[in-house]
Design a protein around this ligand. Structure first.
Ligand code: C5P
Length: 219
C-alpha cells in the first residue's frame, strides 16, 4: 500500500452523539463516545487526506491534522455537514439523536405541582439520507448502523433505503458504545464482510485501506 493513498482527497467524518436541548440545563442524548469516528478521522488524515470532522459533544482530543467543527444538536450537525461539502468521501459515524424536544424552553423548567412535565418530541433531519440525495453527494458515502438485533439484515435494508454505498454495521448490545473495541460487518454493494473483533483504531485503519482501494479502482 502506498504511503499516503488518500492524498488530495477531502474526507468528511461525523462523530459522537448529539445533544438535543430541553431547556438551558437539560438535554436528550445517547451513549456514543465518539471514539470510532475520531479513530476514522485520524486514520484518514494519516493516509494523507484533508479531513473535516464534524463532532458532537465528546471528551476526546482532536486527531493530528484534522479540521474539527464542534456542534451540539442534530440540526447544527446537519448545517455543519452541508457547509463542509463537497467531499470525495463521507463517513457518517455520529449517533445522531432520532428525536429532539419539540419546544425548547428558554428558562429552566421548574419542579412544581404534582405532574412532571410531558416531553413532546419531533423528528430530527436524517443527515446521511439528505447527503445521499444532495447534488453534492460524495463519490463514496458510508453510513454506520448500530443495531442490537438482526444486525446484517437491518444494515442491508439501511444501505438501500438511505442510498449509501457502504454500511458498517455493529452490534451494540454489548459494550461497544464507550468501549475501545468493535466488531463490525462491512455491507458493500454486492458483498458482506464479517470482520473479527478488534480495536476501534484497527477498524479505522482497515476501513481507510478499503476506501483508498475503492477510490483507485474508480480512478
Ligand atoms: O437509521 P440509523 O440512525 O440507524 O442510521 C445510522 C446512520 O445514519 C449513521 O451513519 C448515522 O450517522 C446516520 N444518521 C444521520 N442522521 C440522522 C440519523 C442517522 O446522519 N438523523
Amino acid at each position: 500500500i502506498e504511503h499516503r493513498p488518500l492524498y488530495g482527497k477531502h474526507v468528511l467524518v461525523t462523530a459522537g452523539p448529539t445533544h438535543e436541548p430541553i431547556d438551558p440545563v437539560r438535554y436528550l442524548a445517547n451513549r456514543s463516545s465518539g471514539k470510532q469516528g475520531y479513530a476514522i478521522a485520524a486514520a484518514a488524515a494519516a493516509a494523507g487526506a484533508k479531513v473535516t470532522l464534524v463532532s458532537g459533544p465528546v471528551h476526546l482530543r482532536t486527531p493530528l491534522g484534522v479540521d474539527r467543527i464542534d456542534v451540539g444538536s442534530a440540526e447544527e450537525m446537519a448545517a455543519a455537514v452541508r457547509g463542509a461539502l463537497p467531499a470525495d468521501v463521507a463517513i457518517m459515524v455520529a449517533a445522531v439523536a432520532d428525536w429532539r424536544p419539540r419546544d425548547y424552553i428558554e428558562r429552566k423548567i421548574k419542579k412544581r405541582g404534582s405532574a412532571p412535565p410531558a416531553l413532546i418530541l419531533s423528528e430530527n433531519p436524517d443527515i446521511l439520507a439528505s447527503v445521499a440525495a444532495s447534488a453534492e453527494r460524495p463519490e463514496l458515502l458510508i453510513g454506520f448502523a448500530a443495531e442490537t438485533n438482526d444486525v446484517v439484515d437491518n444494515a442491508r435494508k439501511k444501505r438501500k433505503n438511505k442510498g449509501v454505498d457502504w454500511i458498517v454495521a455493529n452490534d451494540v448490545s454489548g459494550e461497544v458504545m464507550g468501549g475501545d473495541d468493535n466488531q463490525v460487518h462491512l455491507v458493500r454493494e454486492n458483498k458482506v464482510e464479517h470482520w473479527d473483533a478488534m480495536t476501534k483504531q484497527d477498524v479505522a485503519m482497515k476501513l481507510v485501506t478499503q476506501i483508498a482501494e475503492r477510490l483507485t479502482e474508480n480512478a
